[in-house]
Design a protein around this ligand. Sequence first.
Ligand code: ZN
Ligand code: ZN
Length: 322
Amino acid sequence: MAPAVTLAFTPDLDLTRDALASSTLSHGLMVLGDRWTVAVLMGAFTGVQRFDDWQQRLGIPRPTLAHRLKTLMLLGLLRQRAYQQRPRRFAYHLTQAGLKLYDHVLMIWLWEKRWGVRRAALPEKLLHRACGHSFVPVLACSACGDKAGMNDLHFSLKVNQPLLAQALNAGRTSRLSATDATGMGLGLRVDRWSLMIVAAVVLGCHYFDQLCHVLGIASSVLSRRLGGMVDSGLLLSQPDLNDARRNVYRLTPSSRDLFGYLVCFSTWASREHLHQPSSIRPTHRACGQAFVPQVACSACGQAVKPWDVTFTALPLPATLAA
Ligand SMILES: [Zn+2]
Ligand SMILES: [Zn+2]
């Protein structure tokens, strides 16, 4: 049986609720948080350019792929170029704006390598051309350059009123999608709502009633989701030391590892997509500066740029290799 625990910190629940609803994380995930969109982006960053290649590599249904490519073009992240005139065929390339998603893509690569189920669809190794070493991406503070993780940061909350108003207006539709199990982000186990639950736990909400309050989802839906996350190892549920009828929900190593993705993605959404400050504001305790993530090379410590990285070729899908 899991050991009982007790937690001293009590979060301001109304503030946390409004901060989560108006976070650039939440708003960004509505645009790019779905499983196929993430898969198409990962493909683009690993050199896939043609419709049929995506289709074969990802096993994505053709209409879905067409729809996601169109969305990514409308967002200005991909552009189309004809590589054949008759019949006319197009290749898809990342734009300058698309390349800015690189940090978040590296964080997805890292997470998938450690915990995911799509390892086979990703490059095995990344090589940093600048230093000549194979590397793993490391989350660092762009102000001081030091490596930084969740425990090195302090979070303050400031509700973003325009984004909160948008969230309230979209309330009905987004609540419907709350139960939509097809909206998957990383791997097959992590979707938009599980990322929001992880964010709520990071902000100090560890009890069922707290999570229910700050996420604004029905208790039956939340209880199903929490159960699923406990089963798939994303949350630990332990009896509370002070009240054995209550359970404390805590992060596990795999959900703690989602933090790099969460912070890189919300920063991208804030700077490049929504052009709004995030309601969740991390500060790097060590240097005292607002924490802006930077993804660095584990070998040389320098920030990693897309054009500085080569990777081992992707294996062919099993069906083609056979
Ligand atoms: Zn710092
Ligand atoms: Zn390096």
